[in-house]
Design a protein around this ligand. Structure first.
Ligand code: SAH
Length: 362
């Protein structure tokens, strides 16, 4: 790793210390912060409001950018997938998902993932390493600049979801630090209620999350209505089972904002967890678990070789949703986005397949 500091992941306080350490006045911290996060400049040379000598000093001691975009794919539905590499050559994937009234960036918290969810392609990579706060923030800056132009306004505002590669709650401190930096008014200004973090169920971290002063939204990936099946699909369930998970969810529920509902995700796997019986069992579980305001996002499985799962037939997806709603549980079917470029949930695994239309290769 380079000796230079990757200051894109520095808080304002850390930037002030950094400025002082290189013999500069403290106000430089604010200038650098704005250059990086408000103007989204990932190159000190472009911060022309700073004296040239200072920019040179910055170049010698620090880095604004460490991620390299290796390829970029654009789906027929407008979704963009970015395949990047860290300085030490680990893959990082980020997805831009446009919708009519808001744009969402799905970012990665880890390179690879240590959880062995059986239906997820990223799991096949194993954990390569945690991403730093700077690498998390940089993903967002790179995507925004690619889509809107360097520093340009984001017309619909931006929502963030920590639903790319990795388990965010196994990289908790870096994740929270990155979100904090990104929420700053003098920077990207993406406030916590525009952010959703998804966890497979790292129970102690859910309790920690519930205590955060300004917390983002939370989604919990459930994907099975009972422990027997969840043990098989998501081995993390053997460590913390459904009962423990729901008890932790209850803590977060106490801090729900007005109008906010507790969100579960349920990957629908044809012939595995999608029967009428499963739907009823799931509805009963959620009705009995003592959570007041729950909604469930149903995600039809996104297939990818060598995963041996398939999405259910469309009629069964509708039946599953109807059964839940019939028992008073709000359910939404998530429309898959960017499946053709391997950008959809669970498909991120640094796949650089030759049959993909590669728009840009750098
Ligand atoms: N590790 C976190 C966040 C990453 S995945 C978590 O598990 O929540 C984001 C969502 O995609 C999770 O709900 C996950 O269960 C789901 N997912 C994984 N593989 C999938 C696939 N092949 N098709 C559809 N959804 C998938």
């Amino acid at each position: 790793m380079s000796e230079k500091l990757h200051i894109t992941g520095f808080s304002k306080t850390e930037l002030a210390d950094f400025a002082q350490n290189i013999g500069e006045p403290k106000y430089r911290a604010k200038q650098i912060f704005k250059g990086l996060h408000e103007r989204r400049l990932l190159n000190f040379e472009e911060m022309t409001d700073l004296p040239k000598a200072f920019r040179e000093k910055l170049n010698e001691t620090a880095m604004a950018s460490t991620l390299k975009v290796e390829s970029r794919y654009i789906s027929t539905d407008g979704t963009r997938r970015f395949l990047m590499k860290t300085l030490d050559n680990f893959p990082v994937e980020t997805v831009f998902i446009p919708t009519e009234n808001r744009d969402t960036i799905c970012f990665s918290s880890q390179s690879g993932c240590p959880l062995k969810c059986d239906f997820c392609l990223t799991a096949k990579l194993g954990l390569l390493r945690n991403l730093t706060a700077g690498e998390i923030v940089e993903q967002i800056i790179i995507v925004l600049n690619d889509v809107y132009g360097i520093g340009a306004e984001t017309p619909h505002g931006t929502n963030l979801v920590a639903m790319g590669a990795g388990e965010p709650f196994l990289n908790f401190d870096n994740l929270i630090k990155a979100l904090d930096i990104m929420s700053d008014k003098e920077g990207l200004f993406i406030v916590p209620n525009r952010v959703t973090v998804s966890t497979a169920g790292i129970v102690p971290k859910i309790y920690e999350f519930a205590k955060l002063e300004k917390r983002p939204n939370l989604a919990i990936s459930l994907s099975a209505p009972n422990d027997e099946l969840r043990d098989k699909l998501m081995p993390i369930n053997k460590r913390w089972n459904i009962e423990e998970l729901l008890r932790a969810a209850k803590e977060v529920e106490k801090t729900l904002r007005r109008g906010e509902r507790f969100t579960f995700e349920y990957v629908l796997l044809g012939g595995v967890n999608d029967s009428d019986v499963h739907a009823r069992e799931l509805a009963n579980l959620l009705n009995e678990c003592d959570l007041q305001k729950v909604k469930i996002n149903l995600i039809p499985h996104n297939p990818a070789e060598p995963l041996e799962y398939r999405p259910p037939q469309r009629e069964q997806i509708t039946r599953f949703k109807d059964i839940l709603e019939g028992k008073g549980v709000s359910a939404y079917v998530r429309r898959p986005r960017g499946r053709d470029i391997y950008a959809a949930c669970g498909q991120l695994a640094a796949k650089n397949s030759p049959n993909l239309v590669q728009i840009l290769s750098v």
